[in-house]
Design a protein around this ligand. Sequence first.
Ligand SMILES: Nc1nc2c(c(=O)[nH]1)N[C@H]1C(S)=C(S)[C@@H](COP(=O)(O)OP(=O)(O)OC[C@H]3O[C@@H](n4cnc5c(=O)[nH]c(N)nc54)[C@H](O)[C@@H]3O)O[C@H]1N2
Ligand SMILES: Nc1nc2c(c(=O)[nH]1)N[C@H]1C(S)=C(S)[C@@H](COP(=O)(O)OP(=O)(O)OC[C@H]3O[C@@H](n4cnc5c(=O)[nH]c(N)nc54)[C@H](O)[C@@H]3O)O[C@H]1N2
Ligand SMILES: [Mo]
Length: 758
Amino acid sequence: MDSSAPRKTQVTSSHWGAFEVITENGRLIETRPFSGDPNPSDIPKAIPAAVYHRSRVARPSFRRGWLEGREGTDRNRQGRGIDDYVELPWDEALDITAQEIDRIRKTHGNSAIFGGSYGWSSAGRFHHAQSQVHRFLNAIGGYVASFGSYSTGCAQAIIPHVFGVPFLKYNYGSQDSWDVIARHTDTLVMFGGINTKNAQVSMGGVTEHETADWFARFRDKGMRLVNVSPQRSDAPEGCDWIAVRPASDTALMLALAHVLESEGLSDHDFLDRYTSGFDRFRPYLMGETDGQPKSPEWAAPLCGVGADAIRDLARHMAQGRTLITMAWSLQRGEHGEQPYWMSAVLAAMLGQIGLPGGGVGYGYGAIGGIGKTMQRIEGLTLPQGDNAVSEVIPVARIADMLLNPGVPYDFNGNRQPYPDIRLVYWAGGNPFHHHQDLHRLEQAWRQPETIIVNEPWWTATAQRADIVFPATTPYEREDIGFSPLDEYLFNMPALIPPVHEARDDYDIFTDLAARMGAEETYTEGRSSEQWLRHLYGTFHANATKAGIDLPDFDGLRAQNWLKMPVRERGEVKSFLTHFRDDPEGRALDTPSGRIEIFSERIDGFGYDDCPGHPVWLPPSEWLGAAESAAPLHLVSPQPGDKLHSQLECALADMPGARPVALAIHPTAAKVRGIAQGDLLRVFNARGAARARAHLTTDILPDVVAMPTGAWFGAGGGNAAGTIDPDGNPNVLTKDVGTSRLGQGASAHTALVEVARLD
Ligand SMILES: Nc1nc2c(c(=O)[nH]1)N[C@H]1C(S)=C(S)[C@@H](COP(=O)(O)OP(=O)(O)OC[C@H]3O[C@@H](n4cnc5c(=O)[nH]c(N)nc54)[C@H](O)[C@@H]3O)O[C@H]1N2
Ligand SMILES: Nc1nc2c(c(=O)[nH]1)N[C@H]1C(S)=C(S)[C@@H](COP(=O)(O)OP(=O)(O)OC[C@H]3O[C@@H](n4cnc5c(=O)[nH]c(N)nc54)[C@H](O)[C@@H]3O)O[C@H]1N2
Ligand SMILES: [Mo]
């Protein structure tokens, strides 16, 4: 491909959708919306500035203290985040790195290597950094992996107990499309809202942004749309807002269930036929076990919603077709298992699970692909090989792991010691963006002997690594763009040559593997282009079998992009529809074969933080436990202007853009003497961050919201006791598992105080 032609317009894809890229003499000049997208995202606008940003990693870089330190354990680990870096030529850098990985695996075994490497990386099926690093580590003998995601880690543990399927299979393969909802649903009750800001992105890409248009349809049809959330802005304009305190949804849902049960509105035929354990749950609901009926009057002071409003909502939900949707955010907090499980129980009591437009759905709006139903074509996935190491930690327990080698922990019925990690390899993620309680992570990060990071930019994580390899961005290499939740297929051209000395993750790992005697295993003798042809070949063959005609690889290259006829219109039979039609023949894969309202298995684990049926368990930090030192609940949602911490370097350069905005109610602002636009200090016992006051009545008076994604430390060093300059909320959040069952991230569990920063 000639990337140096004078002026060219090509289309590429990304997690936030497709866009046109204008290049001139091999330089990326500008991005423009993709013609096929009715509501294109603004995110790509920041790409040109980010690609050539001064924070690009130019050459292989070694932390001076590590390079000059003695072999082995004493690599001056305290210097992470403080030391400067020494640049070395690629060959020498790869030699040193391969020797170090080899030393660790020979001295401590491959179970001393952590390669979970969580993160979204970039779109593109082959150059997916996390798949590449896993494949590489498998080729050299394996690594300690991680289970689940920050997005839905807790759901991935609880939902299989309840519905007998992996959560993501339920989420991506078994939910109603927007179209079915538009035709069948009368009432949509959205816990945590459905946010078009979040639907801007989808892993692997979302080409037609259509969530907002569907809501216009819903409104035209006269559907009742209820946003149950601490922020009005969590759902599109025109929805009713039930302002619920964060972390109190389980109490609210229990009260809704109580109304159904006391007013004879629960569907006992459904409960008898399709569920198990309602008889064990009911006494708790009605207060027979603990003397406390979970009535609206009980729930009202907990969740901040009036008893009459709860009663009205319950009665309304029992009329017509009702779909309950649950934002992923609800399980990203302590005891996040409970609202997720309880939503299934509530939906079961309404008796509409398995009917079009009814039941419960997860993650609508969380990513743009959910609600789009596609015929599935397999392929276009890089095989990662087999991992010879069996240890796996729940993804969000990384700091616990590093701080507690050998110490046993509980996870979903298993008890195991944390592995003793000596080397960490990260490619395609930014833990110093995504993890909770970053000052604690900073402590934990001092434990390993060596930390290696492949990154295009000097992120906070790169700034805390011993070895940093400059990686290309997707604009600097050829790839194929595709998501099973999208109907478009892209050849993502190499738009510009690599910036500075950046190399593709694949080439970095190929050269490391070669030095470690694993090149053939890693590459299978293929170049990047041969891999693209190979992966596409399988996909092409599967498409042909499914009756879908696609061009060959060269044809796709020439065409740049195409739309495939894979969108399913109308109802798709899911495992739940089949189960409803034939509960014995198509029994669920749970111990009872039914939806488990009571789980003997979970009960058998004996966890007080996740007993045998859903219960109200207040988290350690929420408004019900607020103290004068930290009286406000902090929610830290996804940023609207970007994906996580990506492109932040360019956005932060815009005048006045940082620190980030903190949404705060005028009442809370007034008592603190805060005016619109004031510079703020947001703090608690764990840390402090700067923010800019954004006064709005669209948030509960004792809740504040601060988006994720500001670069921690924004340019080096950020010890406890300092104030994070650009406003990364994770200096404030709590690093604790959701429970011993799910061990998910508890990002939404945090109380804070806010003051004007004079
Ligand atoms: N407080 C709070 N914290 C949260 C959340 C929250 O709700 N609240 N949400 C959590 C969730 S759901 C998630 S998913 C995480 C997201 O956390 P991450 O996925 O870790 O965040 P990203 O910023 O997307 O990190 C991706 C990194 O990969 C790099 N990268 C991009 N392309 C390439 C490539 O080709 N090669 C290499 N080597 N690197 C590349 C980018 O520069 C970037 O640094 O954050 C979590 N953190
Ligand atoms: N633009 C953009 N879109 C994104 C991302 C991004 O970085 N940028 N990240 C993507 C990723 S990786 C993910 S996982 C999804 C996440 O999707 P979600 O998890 O659905 O989104 P969040 O933005 O974390 O939270 C949504 C809202 O939940 C509300 N909330 C918080 N706690 C509670 C609670 O206890 N109860 C109730 N009822 N509401 C609560 C908050 O007000 C918050 O605004 O977003 C994806 N979409
Ligand atoms: Mo996520």
